[in-house]
Design a protein around this ligand. Structure first.
Ligand code: F3S
Length: 144
């Protein structure tokens, strides 16, 4: 999706979100937690209608201002790494999502980030916050 289309789409959904918030139906967003670290399956980005995921070296984050709270990404994650920001398990990562989403590149297509074996190995590891890299994802190498 080009930048202008993304901005138009985000504005459209933000308007809907604002309308909903004004009616006080919901007041939350979604957050990627430490379960994503060193797994980065990226199934979540395929279903996001507003492309609000951003990619770091070993995990993704969600930009809370772009997220429209639809929740379609949550069931897609094989490691249960996406919770609402009000969930206890998200609290340590809410600020990190906000901060790093402003520094990391956008990701809107699923890709194989690590070997399946590595991903599945790290999916079983708990307390991974110590392994969080704040570096952005390395640029894609485009093969001619
Ligand atoms: Fe991470 Fe799960 Fe998405 S592991 S990249 S939040 S599918």
């Amino acid at each position: 999706m080009d930048l202008v289309s993304k901005q138009k789409k985000t504005l459209f959904y933000k308007k809907i979100k604002k309308d909903i918030l004004e009616k006080e139906y919901i007041q939350m967003t979604w957050t990627v937690n430490e379960n994503c670290i060193k797994c980065k399956y990226t199934d979540c980005v395929e279903v996001c209608p507003v492309d609000c995921f951003y990619e770091g070296e070993n995990m993704l984050v969600i930009n809370p201002d772009e997220c429209i709270d639809c929740g379609v990404c949550e069931p897609e994650c094989p490691t249960d790494a996406i919770f609402v920001d009000t969930d206890e398990r998200s609290k340590a990562m809410n600020e990190i999502n906000k901060e790093l989403s402003l520094e990391w590149p956008n990701i809107s297509k699923k890709k194989q980030c690590f070997s399946k074996k590595e991903q599945d190995k790290w999916a079983k590891v708990k307390d991974k916050k110590q392994y969080l890299s704040k570096k952005p994802a390395p640029p894609e190498v485009i093969k001619e």
